[in-house]
Every structure is written in C-alpha cells, then in structure tokens.
Design a protein around this ligand. Structure first.
Ligand SMILES: *[C@@H]1O[C@H](CO)[C@@H](O)[C@H](O)[C@H]1NC(C)=O
Ligand SMILES: *[C@@H]1O[C@H](CO)[C@@H](O)[C@H](O)[C@H]1NC(C)=O
Ligand SMILES: *[C@@H]1O[C@H](CO)[C@@H](O)[C@H](O)[C@H]1NC(C)=O
Ligand SMILES: *[C@@H]1O[C@H](CO)[C@@H](O)[C@H](O)[C@H]1NC(C)=O
Length: 769
C-alpha cells in the first residue's frame, strides 16, 4: 500500500517536474537607425535556454510604447546533453526581433511564465520573470542613443563543490558606461525566485560572481540577475517629443564600512555603489548553476579543463569584418579526464567545430547590418571521467587505470567571454578555390602604406610561391598549390580546410620597423561528405586509355578482402577503412583478351589526394621494384594481372585518407627488350630512357590508374604531428573561398564514365621494326 502511494507520488513528481523547462535567458538591444517616417528601429536579441530547442519566450509590453515587430528570426545557438538531473538536455536559442517604435521614449518589455527546471529553492521549478528596459533617448554626451551593455553568459554553469571559482560576467559597455550586475528585485518584477544563493558572492560593481562553497546538489541554483548601465558623469537624454530626462553616475554609499582585513578583497571595496537616477538601460541575465560532487583535484588541467594557447583571454576584443568569416580557436586540456565538448553562447549562426588537432573552432560571418556592433561570445570546455565519458574518436586521455571505483563526473572549465567588433573591410581580397590550388587576390589600393615587396606567403623559399609571379599593377595575386608554399591542412567533422597566409616581413637589409603589420589568412574549404563529395568516395570504374600501337585498353584496379583475390570489395563500401598495419590486397587488371600482351606495373604511390602530381607521395613500388618493406607480390598466371598487398599506414599529419596510384604499361609478351621483361631496374640507371623510342611498338606509354580512397580507422592515437606552427593571431581575418573542388571531383568521375565500352584491341601491323 505504502509502495503504491510512493509510486503515485513519484509519478506526480515526474509529471510536475516535466513541466519545468526553463534554464535562463538574457536580452540585449541595439539601436538600428530611423525610418523615413521618423520612427525608430531597435533590434532586440533574446537568448533563452530550455530543455528543448522548440520553446521560446513571449514578451509583452509592460510599460511605455513598445511599437511593433517588423522582422523576427529564431535560431539555435547551442545545445548539450550534459544537463542536470530531470532534464536530458539544454538548448539555447536566440530570437532576433526588429521593433519599430514611434518615439525614442523608454519602454519596458516583460516575459513571464512557468517553470524553471527544478531548483534548490523550488523543487517544482518556480515561475520566471524577465524584464528589459529599452531607452533610445539621445545622450547629451555622445549625441546618439545609448548603447546597452553587451551581456552574455553560458546558460548552464557547473562547478565541483570543493573548487572555488570566479566568474567574470561579460559587462562590456560600448559607450564606456559603468555597468552594474545585481540580483533582481522582486518589487520590480525582475525575477520570481530572486534568491541570493549562499555559497556565492556577487560583486555588483565589477560584475564578478564568486563561488565559494556549498554542498553538491542535483538541483540547480537559479540566478536571476539584472545588468544596468550608468553614465560616468551627469548627462541628459533628449526625446523626440521634446522632453528630457537626466541620468547620474552611481555614487558611493553615504555610510562607509570599517575595513575588515580578514575578509576577501571584494569586501574591502566597501558597499556597492548606489544609483541616484534610473539606469540608461536594464537587461536580464538569468542562468542555471549546478554544484557537482567534489572533484579529486581542483587544479586546472587535471580534471577541470585548462585553456591553453591559442584560446583568447577573457574580455579580448576580436576584430571581425562584414561578410568575412571570423574564427575563434579554443583549446583545453585535462590530464585525467577526456575533453568532451565545447559549450558556447554567441550570435545566431555561429558554428562550432572540432579539428583533428583537438582544437575547437567557432566561426561566424557578420552581415553588413552588423557593422559597428559588438557581439559577445562566451564559452567553456567540458571534460568527463568514468561513465560520463561519451565515446568519441581520439579519446585518449582517460587515465583511470588504478581506480576500480571509477569516478564519474563532468567538469567544466572556467567560462571565458570575448567581444567581436564588426568593422569595415580593411583589405579587399578575393579567394578562388579549385581542385588543386587557391588563388588569392588582394587589391593593392587597400593596402595603405604597405610595400608589396614586403609581403609573402608563409613559406617563401620556393620560387613557385612568390607573390610577384602572378601579380599585376592593381592586384597582388597568389596562386598557391594546396600542397606547397606552406599551406596547412586542417580537418574537422565536415571539411578539409587548406590554409595559408600573406604576411609582412622586414627584409633583412631594411632598418625601418613597420608599424602596420598585415596578416591575411585565407583558406579553401572542401566538404568531406554530402552530395558533392560523392566524387570523393566514388569507386573508380575502369580506366580506358588509347594508345598508339596498342589501341584501347581498359585497366581495372580493385581491392580484395584477402589473398585469395576471388571477389572484389564492394565499391559501395568506399571509402574503405583499414587499421594501421592491416593488409590491403590489390589487383590491377588489364582486361585484354589478347594472349600476346603483358602488363607491367612500373610504380605505385600513395598520396592523400587523388591527383598523381600531389605531394606528399609515398612510394610503394618504383621502377618495378618494391620500395615499401611491407610490399608482397602475389604470383598469378595471368600476365595481365598484378596482385600485391601492403600494410596500411597513415600519412603523418592530418590526412586520414589515402589513394593508391599506379603507373602501368602494356608490352608485347615475351619480347626481351620490352620494359615489362626487364622488371625491377635500378632507378639511377638511365639507359632505358633512350631506348624507349626504339621500343615504342613493343610497349605502350605508361598509364596512370588510381583507386581509393582508403581511410584509416581512427585509432586511439591522434598524435598531434609536429610542426604545426600555425601561430594564429586571433585578430586575423579569414576569407573563405569555397567548394569548387567538389565540382572538379565530379568532373573527374565523368571523365571516366564515357568509356565503359568493351575492350577494344587493335593489333597494329608490327612492321615498324
Ligand atoms: C542565419 O543564417 C540563415 C541561413 O543562412 C540566414 O537566412 C539568416 O539571415 C541568418 N541570421 C542571422 C541573424 O545571422
Ligand atoms: C589584375 O588582376 C585582377 C584579378 O584577376 C583583375 O581583376 C584586374 O583587372 C587585373 N588588373 C590589370 C590592370 O590587369
Ligand atoms: C542531395 O541530392 C539529392 C538528390 O539530388 C537532393 O534532393 C538533396 O537535396 C541533396 N542534398 C544536399 C544536402 O544538397
Ligand atoms: C590464349 O591462350 C589460351 C591458353 O593458353 C588459349 O586457350 C586461348 O585460345 C588463347 N587465346 C587467343 C586469342 O590466342
């Protein structure tokens, strides 16, 4: 009986708790100019977090005239399944709304509903209230409407109970105003719970939240803060209806506190400053904070991830340009936990990626309407141990060996926030990507004072890489092979990215130091999968070549599962996956039915690209001689068949796919003078090159056949290859070109499609000798 009651009670709990969705939200706004009819535009960005991506806040006008919505757009910013108990995930969305208001007088908008996710103060999840004060009055000091502080926070923060930590909340103000972060005030409907949590201290004037100590709890602390800006001096706001209103700076409280030397420093700064006039704007900043069970150590870099180079510092300002992608690169390490994921809160359409270097990359492209605006981005990296580790490739860092009671936990790094400032395009550039090269064009007139002879690509030694080669009087033009001139390759889940940069150098003779250094980083991005990459994985069917003296041949290059060479590996399973060291069985077939021919495989090379001229290549067979020590040639009776195997390997670096390309030829069978009969010959023996002419009728020219790609199964060891000296300046501007390669690859496939015809063999009258 009691157990039935318990069950009912639990069901009730679950159903009630399941109505609890809200994790928090923030709002910012930006003045967007006036319309011809005199009305004002304001863009409002609401970020809200729920346990699903489909909810959004409903805002209503609570004071003043809020005008109407002219455009509205909603998108997901980030989501994670590393969420508190009862809520399987969190998802933050942003709604960008443009409102049109008839006057620039202040107005307030409010959102309120139920319920927060279960919190420490209310297991049922209390109501939430958010309140935003927008004031577009013209400031007497700037002559423009006030710019609100840039607020941002991660919607869900967590810390182990034993690890005190300081969170600097984003409190940047474009007008240089004083920003204050305080707990909401229930009287002003700024919050519902309005709890000032024990174990935390909020330093209002520096917008710093200190976590000191409290017991772990599966329920979160709900923080319902308010961010306001106050001028540094006395100013007035002028409104379109002719009215005015004055604003005063925050002032020191009248009673001074006695110094308390035993308390932390933030107490010694005295009581918070007081407001003597309304703020210029007021924004909600609400989030959930979970206190986890203790970590074995609070030292960063052991369990808690530690940010390392090239992660930007908290508060760093990053220059972004209209229509150019900007990148933020983040890296974190934890010796005893596996780095799981990055969580971030940035502008809509910002994307996150993880490279094979185990760096996280956030990318975003501003529109021209974003010009002059600031966009805060906050991020943290999460690590996990024990059963909390979700498997992902390259997870090499769980050193949980000696601990039978496997400690399981999710650990969040510190939170960092940076500010993207969208400026105008400073240097006019254009990037064009093709299958094998990048072409970058820089308008000389935009270089302003930079001497073009001081510009170079990352690797200047090679004359091929000289920028002078293709430049004309108006443009500096670089044509850069994907595999030379210092081009770096990077790979994430979806793309192969080839990067290079143009930098300024002081030439050794020069005595001047240059004030304006330039770094134009550019890249070409190629999709790894999807429709366009079909060409990548397409099985190369037969290769037909026409050759004087031998007519038309068809070569076939196939992979086999074992040394029986019975049935080919189904091309639909390409790219084929191998473990390092596993044997790869291959057969090249010249499907000629004519008995008096034979085939010879002159060379076979492996390369990361399906392009015979690409670098690097790895020799497997050269001049008919096995070069790689693992090559085994399997005898066959058919003279037009070549069977061999090698052990799978991986190119050092990021290439995880391999194409095998061979140069083959056909010869008249049994002719001792043909290249085929000579077999393996020493490569520095040149005599066969001058006899080629004479022998032209007894052998074909070499033909090129290739097959692939092969893909190395991701092994546990993602070694960061040395020499990654991509020393990224975080203020670089990235110029992305795109996707042409895919087209080229499809062309490559088309090229071969025309000749599925039967083997044609025409014997030439062998009268030439
Ligand atoms: C986000 O991206 C979509 C699709 O590319 C675009 O239509 C939309 O305008 C973008 N929104 C913002 C706010 O950047
Ligand atoms: C220089 O090259 C650029 C890019 O190809 C081209 O647009 C421009 O017209 C060229 N200028 C001259 C003077 O040839
Ligand atoms: C892939 O191709 C199919 C059929 O051509 C098309 O319907 C689909 O939209 C394409 N997908 C992408 C991502 O381009
Ligand atoms: C080729 O040789 C095989 C066996 O050696 C023989 O059976 C066949 O008839 C020959 N074909 C031609 C076209 O000479």
């Amino acid at each position: 009986m009691a157990s039935t009651l318990m069950l009912l009670l639990q069901l009730l709990l679950v159903s009630l708790v399941s109505a609890s969705h809200f994790f928090g939200g923030t709002t910012t706004y930006t003045y967007k100019g006036r319309n011809p009819d005199g009305s004002f535009n304001v863009e409002i960005r609401d970020r809200d977090t729920y346990d699903g991506c489909y909810y959004s806040l409903y805002w209503y006008c609570s004071s003043g005239y809020c005008g109407y919505t002219s455009t509205s757009q909603r998108g997901t910013l980030d989501s994670s399944t590393s969420a508190p108990l009862y809520n399987r995930q969190w998802c933050e969305t942003e709604t960008v709304t443009t409102r049109v208001v008839q006057s620039n007088r202040p107005f307030e908008m409010r959102a309120a509903s139920c319920c927060w996710i279960p919190t420490r103060t209310s297991y049922w999840g209390h109501y939430w209230y958010l309140n935003t004060l927008v004031d577009l009055g013209e400031r007497s000091d700037t002559g423009k409407p006030n710019r609100a502080p840039e607020v941002a926070i991660l919607p869900f923060l967590r810390v182990p109970e034993n690890c005190p930590r300081t969170y600097k909340l984003m409190s940047f103000d474009p007008d240089g105003d004083k920003v204050r972060c305080r707990y909401g005030n229930p009287g002003s409907a700024e919050c519902y719970g309005c709890t000032q949590h024990s174990g935390f201290h909020l330093h209002q004037d520096s917008c710093t939240l200190h976590y000191q100590y409290t017991n772990a709890d599966p329920l979160v602390n709900s923080f319902e803060l308010v961010v306001e800006d106050f001028p540094q001096g006395h100013i007035s706001l002028r409104y379109s209806d002719g009215s005015q209103s004055s604003r005063s700076p925050l002032s020191a409280p009248t009673t001074t506190t006695t110094a308390r030397t035993t308390t932390p420093w933030w107490w010694t700064t005295g009581r918070p400053l007081q407001a003597t006039s309304p703020p210029l704007s007021k924004l909600p900043l609400q989030f959930s904070f979970l206190v986890d069970p203790p970590a074995p150590s609070c030292q960063e870099g052991l369990y808690l991830p530690q940010f390392v180079h090239p992660t930007p510092a908290h508060g760093q300002r990053i220059h972004a340009e209209v229509n150019k992608e900007v990148e933020i690169r983040i890296k974190a390490q934890a010796s005893y936990a596996a780095i799981q994921d990055i969580i971030m809160s940035g502008p809509m359409n910002m994307t996150k990626h993880r490279t094979t270097h185990n760096e996280f990359v956030l990318r975003w492209t501003p529109f021209s309407s974003d010009l002059g605006n600031y966009f805060p981005v906050c991020f943290a990296v999460e690590s996990a141990t024990g059963s909390a580790v979700t498997s992902f490739p390259g997870n090499t860092h769980s050193h949980n060996h000696g601990t039978p009671t496997s400690q399981s936990g999710v650990y969040q790094s510190e939170m960092r926030c940076v500010i993207l400032k969208v400026g105008t395009e400073e240097i006019k550039t254009n990037v064009i990507c093709t299958e094998s090269e990048m072409r970058v064009e820089v308008e000389k007139s935009s270089l302003r004072g930079l001497r073009e002879d001081h510009l170079r690509l990352s690797e200047p030694s090679n004359t091929l890489c000289s920028l002078e080669r293709y430049s004309n009087s108006t443009h500096i033009i670089g044509v850069i092979p994907l595999n030379a001139c210092g081009t770096q390759i990077e790979e994430d889940e979806e793309h192969l990215i080839f990067k290079n940069e143009i930098t300024t150098v002081d030439d050794s003779g020069a005595l001047i130091t240059r004030k304006h250094n330039l770094e134009v980083e550019f890249y070409c991005q190629y999709p790894k999968k999807g429709n366009v990459s079909l060409g990548f994985t397409a099985h190369r069917t037969m290769v037909e070549v026409f050759d004087k003296g031998f007519g038309t041949f068809t070569y076939q290059f196939e992979f086999y599962p074992d040394n029986q060479f019975r049935s080919i590996i189904d091309p639909s399973s390409y790219p084929l996956e191998y473990d390092v060291g596993q044997k790869i069985y291959m057969e090249i077939d010249a499907s000629s039915i004519v008995n008096d021919t034979e085939m010879f495989v002159e060379s076979c090379r492996a390369s990361p690209y399906d392009n015979p001229n690409s670098q690097p290549t790895y020799s497997i067979i050269e001049d008919g001689c096995p070069v790689d020590p693992t090559v085994m040639i399997h005898e066959t009776d058919n003279k037009r068949q070549f069977r061999f195997c090698i052990e799978a390997f991986k190119f050092i670096g990021l290439h995880d796919q391999v194409y095998i390309s061979c140069s083959v030829m056909m010869c008249e069978a049994g002719n001792p003078n043909s290249r085929c009969s000579q077999g393996c010959i020493n490569s520095n023996n040149h005599h066969h090159s001058h006899r080629r002419k004479r022998d032209s009728a007894i052998q074909t020219a070499a033909h090129f056949v290739s097959q692939g790609p092969l893909r190395l199964k991701r092994s546990a060891d993602i070694s960061m290859s040395a020499g990654n000296n991509l020393n990224l300046n975080l203020n670089l501007v990235f110029i992305a070109g795109c996707l042409l390669a895919a087209v080229a690859m499809i062309c490559g496939v088309l090229l071969y499609r025309a000749k599925m015809s039967k083997v044609k063999y025409q014997r030439l009258a062998s009268s030439e000798n």
